[in-house]
Design a protein around this ligand. Structure first.
Ligand code: FAD
Ligand code: NAP
Ligand code: SF4
Length: 687
């Protein structure tokens, strides 16, 4: 079977992304396009009662045009659990709950594979097993080393779970062989120190993977999709070497795999692989490197978030399919919009991880920052309104934009005011941060939504009581004001706000101290150390900075990181004791800290601000001796307060219409765009 990378029919030349929408003939079955929805854990996999919600979630993605969907991971047995009582398919009575899921997807013309994931030493429970008794650095539990019979039992569990998946109506399975889970633990010397038939040489280390594929194929027959997720870059020391990876690919192909999906980086890797600062399609090159060595279709993964990126990967012959995981959480209609030439209407995944991966790591149900309906399809809906109201929304930041466009979509007459000359509020500052270029996409999306839903936009208009007269509902999404700091010299000309620095009204001269190490303090420090185009826009520079090696023969695909020199000397300070950045996102905080460390930023906690004068900022750290930081600029990022003066004016004017506060205007503490957009959308869903 040779995958056709070129358009399969003449009519496909008429659509904007011909390679993306070329069907893929797998011999016994055909995929309608090259879009594979990558596996993501949502939190709905673990309990039978959540499966109707899971079915609705997948049905929307199938209706939106995905070709092949892969579920979140299901363990083949109890010891393979990711978390206690997590999703598993091993017992006969666990089959029936899946049938509504497969039926719903098939009704919309897509195919669906169940991912079989044995967590091995990543299992967050005491029953976990692994090739060797070696604790993963990211897990408190130490695994039990499998006996030879135990190894056989794991393989048998994979085969029997795959057979049950077939019984449940799945078109195939994805065998998870990457990301540092059990199979990957067998293939890499880092975690496999065995000296029996399952370890020692490279050939013996890959035997578990190959046997699993062979037995799954045997159990399910020839007309069943078998995707093998192969780790192409482990990004850890003592990971697999490239020649071993090629040998594994060839062996799983010979053992009966239908498709090879790319896996990038173990969970314990210290190289970012999907965060927003990772360039788009940054890892397609490593999938391309495997192509000449196998003849089955390959899937490129990670940070492929817009159709032109996907089309480029396919047209360039780097892969035969593209995996979109988070992008389909953000917009289930992504494929349909692309196919219709409406890429500008796509709600783009900005790779923030804030509502998806961070939630999963916090044991919460996943959703999406830019699409709060994700994984809430049966709960949050925007039906046509029974009564058309006149609604005023003040403030076109994320909260106001979400509220105005959802209300207008439902048929209300909405006027959206903003004092600024453009929509976006603080997102206009966020988009200036190196590595946050994706935030432009959210603003593009909302510009389109305003037009599409017929919101009347009044920019450059500071709304007051007179502008708001005559509306049935008034929504105040007026955002925040930066918190002022008070200490001797806080009014010195060298003390400026992040608003001034990011807005281009103040230039940071010489050395700089940043007061406040929250999300904005970290972002400002990254802004200050990076001058010129960000490496996030240049995969080669980005790989050099993080030490990712596509070409070399070293294990794990690692090279020595070569960070570019910082543009300035920066201190990042907070009053609380301990390590700055402890409250940043679960899956991204470490990236921000590592980035600043590599740029020589001095991050200090337990700081007392003694004063600012012409010589710099005077501080005391953890009650020690006073010291002078010889800085020319002090940037204050000390948090935010709600902006509510309009509410007070409306109250004073005895305003009759209901007034709602959302976003930063409601609660500024720990406000992020996730909360702002969700709150705006939910309010509008209720009008
Ligand atoms: P805002 O975005 O502050 O918008 C309020 C709007 O109201 C403004 O446009 C203002 O002009 C307008 N306005 C106020 N009063 C009036 C009036 N009387 N009449 C008309 N218009 C008025 N969040 C994340 O989740 N993830 C991130 O990675 C992230 N990064 C950030 C990086 C930076 C540098 C900054 C500054 C913020 C970042 N944030 C991030 C925070 C996020 O941008 C805010 O949480 C979000 O913008 C709050 O939305 P909002 O709609 O409540 O208010
Ligand atoms: P923040 O997270 O609340 O951080 C404020 C910082 O200022 C803290 O370090 C705080 O630490 C310090 N501070 C507070 N009061 C102070 C005072 N009176 N004097 C001196 N220092 C003071 O707020 P933020 O950084 O402004 O961010 C605002 C919101 O934007 C955040 O809630 C965040 O969710 C969102 N955001 C998110 C991201 C992201 O990547 N997810 C990025 C940017 C922003 P001490 O009190 O210890 O000094
Ligand atoms: Fe993408 Fe952020 Fe939504 Fe996750 S939460 S899908 S990373 S936009």
């Amino acid at each position: 079977m040779t995958p056709a990378a070129a358009p399969a029919s003449a009519s496909l030349h008429d659509i904007p992304y011909p390679h993306l929408f070329a069907p893929l003939d797998l011999g016994f079955t055909r995929l309608r396009n090259r879009i594979l929805m990558g596996s993501m854990h949502t939190g709905l996999e673990d309990r039978a009662r959540d499966f109707p919600k899971l079915a609705a979630y997948f049905a929307e993605r199938a209706a939106g045009g995905a070709g092949l969907i892969v579920t979140g991971g299901f363990a083949p047995n109890v010891v393979g659990w990711l978390t206690p009582f997590g999703g598993k398919l091993s017992w006969p009575w666990e089959v029936a709950r899946h049938r509504p899921v497969t039926r719903a997807v098939h009704e919309h013309g897509a195919k669906i594979c169940l991912q079989l994931l044995h967590a091995g030493r990543y299992g967050y429970h005491p029953l976990q097993v692994a090739p060797s008794k070696l604790k993963a650095p990211i897990n408190p539990f130490t695994p039990r080393a499998l006996s030879a019979r135990g190894v056989e039992r794991q393989i048998a569990a994979f085969a029997s779970a795959a057979a049950r998946a077939r019984e449940a109506g799945y078109d195939g399975v994805e065998v998870m062989g990457s990301e540092g889970y059990l199979i990957n633990q067998f293939t890499a010397p880092r975690s496999n120190r065995r000296e029996d038939a399952w370890g020692g040489s490279a050939e013996k280390r890959m035997r578990f993977a190959v046997e699993t594929v062979r037995r799954v194929r045997e159990a399910c027959g020839p007309d069943f999709i078998l995707i093998y997720r192969l780790s192409l870059l482990d990004l850890v020391e003592d990971g697999n070497a490239w020649d071993e990876i090629v040998a594994q690919a060839q062996a799983v192909e010979a053992a009966g795999a239908t498709i090879i999906n790319s896996g990038i980086g173990w969970h314990e890797a210290r190289v970012p692989t999907i965060a927003t600062s990772v360039p788009r399609a940054a890892f397609a090159g490593i999938t391309a490197r495997l192509k000449p060595h196998v003849s089955l279709p390959l899937v490129a993964v990670n940070r492929i978030n817009m159709p032109e990126v996907a089309e480029g990967v396919l047209a360039g012959g780097q892969a035969d399919l593209v995996s979109l995981a988070r992008p389909l959480l953000a917009d289930p209609e992504w494929p349909a919009k692309a196919r219709a030439g409406r890429a500008h209407a796509i709600n783009t995944c900005i790779a923030c991880n804030q509502a998806c991966l961070d939630h999963v790591f916090e044991n919460k149900r996943a959703s999406c920052l830019v699409n709060p309906r994700a994984v809430a399809e049966t709960e949050l809906n925007y039906p046509p309104a029974a009564v058309r109201k006149r609604i005023a929304v003040v403030g076109a930041g994320p909260a106001g934009l979400a509220c105005a466009t959802v209300a207008a979509q439902r048929g209300h007459a909405v006027v959206l005011f903003d004092a600024a000359a453009e929509i976006g509020g603080q997102f206009n500052l966020a988009k200036t941060i190196p590595g946050k270029e994706e935030f432009h996409e959210t603003l593009r999306y909302f510009r389109h939504r305003i037009e599409e839903t017929g919101v009347e936009l009044r920019l450059g208009t500071r709304a007051g009581p007179e502008q708001l007269a005559g509306f049935d509902e008034v929504v105040l999404a007026t955002g925040i004001v930066p918190r002022k700091v008070e200490f001797p010299g806080s009014d010195h000309p060298s003390v400026v706000s992040y608003l001034d620095v990011l807005g281009g009204r103040a230039t940071a001269a010489g050395r700089v101290a940043v007061i406040g190490a929250g999300g904005i303090g970290f972002d400002v420090a990254e802004f200050l150390v990076q001058e010129g185009p960000s490496p996030s826009l240049d995969p080669a520079r980005w790989r050099a900075e993080w030490g990712v090696d596509f070409e070399g023969g070293g294990r794990g695909g690692l090279a020595r990181p070569r960070p570019e020199p910082p543009a300035r000397e920066v201190w990042l300070l907070q009053r609380s004791p301990g390590r700055p950045g402890a409250r940043l996102g679960k899956t991204t905080g470490w990236i921000h800290r590592a980035t600043l460390k590599a740029k020589g930023v001095k991050m200090i906690g337990g700081v007392e601000y003694l004063g600012v004068d012409d010589e710099g900022l005077r501080i005391r750290v953890e009650g020690g001796e006073p010291q002078l930081l010889p800085v020319g600029t002090v940037v204050v990022c000390a948090g935010q307060e709600p902006r509510r003066e309009l509410q007070a004016q409306l109250q004073a004017a005895g305003f009759a219409a209901p007034v709602h506060l959302i976003g930063g205007a409601d609660v500024a503490a720990e406000l992020d765009a996730k909360r702002a957009i969700a709150q705006g959308s939910r309010l509008a869903a209720g009008f």
